[in-house]
Design a binder for this molecule. Sequence first.
Ligand code: ATP
Length: 271
Amino acid sequence: SKAKLFDKNTDVKASFKDVAGLQGAKEEVQEIVDFLKTPEKYTALGGKIPKGALLVGPPGTGKTLLAKAVAGEAKVPFYSLSGSDFVEMFVGVGASRVRDLFKQAKEKSPSIIFIDEIDAIGRARGKSNLGGSNDERENTLNQLLTEMDGFGTNTNVIVIGATNRADVLDKALMRAGRFDRQIYVDLPDIRERKEIFEVHLRPLKKVADELDTEFLAKQTPGFSGADIANVCNEAALIAARKGNKAVGKQDFLDAVDRIVGGLEKKNKIIT
Ligand code: ATP
């Protein structure tokens, strides 16, 4: 397939302001920003800067957004790949992609490498999974471990992995000196959903005066940040189709219904 394997040197514009809620996770990743910006401050007493951190949480909760915001805040390049791109790859290709990615990130350090869906490569070795091609996945995983171990003390590349299945990951990935920090990124509570609505209402041209984000937060229990972004966009489309000049309460309720319908369908397919 022609899957894009990594975004080279993406100039990221994201900042912590784009990430609503997630106060605890933001505080934890702030440390990574500081490591990237002033490594000498941290290594002054002989301490070693961590090489990797794992963002763990359900789909759509802002893990990718948060990783990009770290790069944006630290003003460093962001190299990313997704574990799912490695499924069905020819023998040897996965490992060489990993090698290339690390080479580039090291040349441009300080930098961030982001590996989304790391469970697709990082499942415990020796356990077969559906569809075979296990050897290739293991080669890719081994290459990843080798690269992380090969970092010198002053490489200043930090690898951020994201997964919603930390339980299936190979324990070797979590060993000291690899992804030894885990940061939880949970579904938003009602107060956080309100904040996420505030972020995603901003791009809408006109919102009806009656609309309040507290009400919207109450209507959307269990929604992720990605679902909320989706609701705001759908509501704008629904209102525009009706020829309305502003996006109103009913448009949001219709959008919520539509997303709930979609979520129910998705769940039916899974179970
Ligand atoms: P996945 O596990 O499916 O890869 P993810 O956790 O990486 O998901 P993102 O891709 O970061 O989630 O989120 C998708 C989109 O949802 C973001 O680009 C953003 O528009 C919105 N979003 C998610 N969480 C938040 C948040 N906390 N604040 C603001 N927007 C959010």
